[in-house]
Design a binder for this molecule. Structure first.
Ligand code: SF4
Ligand code: SF4
Length: 450
């Protein structure tokens, strides 16, 4: 049976095309026992419902819980509702991806950051973010978003290099959480995480995702391509030990209900035979999420050379079916089990009709606020950089809502060769269009279903 919950925790049964109020004790109990993490990660769809007739006006099933966590599609839908009701004049920044450090200890074969990293060292003189400036900038972003209805911004640190190596990592995480009410998300190989940062992450982060260049020592070594002595190299086993430490620390702080810990790897021929073993290991340890993704085929190479083998397809299908039995809350595997890589030519043509991401999830590239994380935009100072932030109060109104901000957003998506946030943009367009059809927005509300 499918159920839906309203923002004031009213529980409904879904009886398409309607929702019906329920006092079914079992359902009420099951819902009240969900942790905040489960509430976001177990949602099945988003529905828009007429409050009086209880009729379902729209249902979206592709809601990518893990992608938005610790926020959810419901937060984005409600922000769009506020905008359409004219309660806010512009959308808030809801998710901020911060590239605050520009060096890496790995030399991954398909690293997408190499080009922009070199470019920014040359053109922006950017290597690392001054910590005092960084704190002021986060404070200003939190203020701007709060005034537009978003009290807690998702703050993702992924870097253009290894974020573990930023020397003020622990301080900025603590500051973001305590002084800005942000929800830290941390994405890294973890190869240089120190004790203090591990502790701060366990205490304040909402999502820690450890990237695994391979899911066995051989693949890890090949794809991380570390140029140091053998005994100093970080490897698959050390990464698994690190994840165990994070899980232990999470328990110490009693944050299992909020902090999601995950691992992610890319499809590689050398990973074959190790996906399930890794999934079981992670699930047993208490890891929540395991992602296996395809990346774009390297420039100049032919997709046909990278057909997936039958064994890998079998392994991935088994993982999709059994992940809950392994103890995982979430698994992500590629939809098309055909090739090891995404076809660059197809991916490069996907574009939305409007860019909401430029409002909702710009990135910080050092102190530079940029429309999105696409390499093309990072390198386009004139038409994609909102500007260099100093953290002065009120700076964002001018930067994002002023003439230049409007001009920049007019250039996209037309000027973009492809879109790195195609899913977010398409889903927000659907939500906006549906709300535009409603004559009285006070009569409708968004619910998550389970
Ligand atoms: S760890 Fe990330 S940033 Fe570093 S080389 Fe590999 S892909 Fe690039
Ligand atoms: S690539 Fe263009 S359309 Fe896509 S998120 Fe970036 S700016 Fe927006």
């Amino acid at each position: 049976m499918k159920i839906a919950i309203s923002s004031d925790n009213q529980i409904y049964e879904l009886s398409s095309p309607k929702v019906i109020s329920t006092d079914n004790e079992l359902l009420v109990k099951a819902i009240s026992e969900l942790t905040p993490k489960e509430k976001r990660m177990k949602a099945k769809s988003l529905v828009l419902v007429n409050k009086k007739t209880k009729k379902i006006l729209l249902e979206l099933s592709l809601i990518h819980n893990q992608h938005f966590y610790p926020l959810s599609i419901l937060d984005y839908a409600n922000a769009m509702m506020k905008l359409m009701k004219k309660e806010i004049s512009n959308l808030p920044i809801m998710s901020l991806d911060s590239h605050d450090y520009n060096f890496c200890d790995f030399n991954c074969k398909d690293c997408l950051a190499v080009d922009t990293r070199e470019w920014s060292q040359r053109e922006l003189d950017f290597n690392t973010f001054n910590i005092d400036d960084y704190e002021k900038v986060l404070k200003e972003i939190a203020r701007y978003s709060k005034e537009r209805g978003c009290d807690s911004v998702r703050f993702e640190m992924s870097g253009e290099g290894n974020p573990d190596m930023y020397k003020h990592r622990a301080r900025i995480i603590k500051f973001a959480a305590e002084e800005c009410n942000m929800k830290p998300v941390y994405i890294s190989s973890g190869s240089r995480l120190d004790e203090e940062t591990i502790d701060v992450l366990a205490k304040y982060a909402y999502y820690i995702r450890i990237s695994l260049p391979g899911v066995n020592n051989k693949a890890y070594d090949i794809y991380s391509a570390q140029k140091i002595a053998e005994d100093k190299k970080f490897n698959y086993e050390k990464a698994i030990q690190l994840i165990e430490t994070l899980i232990k620390k999470r328990k110490e702080y009693g944050r299992e209900d909020k902090l999601m810990i995950g691992a992610r790897t890319c499809m590689r021929p050398e990973n074959e035979g190790s996906y399930i073993e890794t999934a079981k290991k992670l699930g047993n340890m208490g890891v929540d999420s395991f992602q296996i993704v395809k990346i774009l085929i390297p420039m100049g190479e032919k997709i046909d050379h990278y057909k997936l083998t039958e064994n890998t397809i079998k392994e991935i299908e088994e993982l999709q079916t059994n992940y809950k039995n392994y103890g995982l809350l979430h698994v992500q595997t590629p939809h098309d089990l055909d090739y090891m890589y995404y076809d660059r030519e197809i991916e490069d043509t996907r574009k939305p009709s409007q860019c909401y991401s430029a409002f909702l999830s710009p990135i910080l590239y050092g102190p530079h606020l940029v429309v999105c994380t696409h390499w093309e935009k990072i390198k386009d100072i004139a038409d994609s950089h909102y500007g260099k932030m100093t953290g002065e109060v009120g700076q964002l109104e001018e930067m994002m809502c002023g003439e230049n901000g409007q001009r920049i957003r007019k250039c996209v998506p037309e000027k973009c060769s492809s879109c790195c946030s195609i899913f977010d943009n398409q889903i927000l367009e659907v939500l906006r269009s549906q709300l535009a059809l409603e004559s009285n927005l006070d009569n409708v509300e968004f619910l998550l279903t389970y």
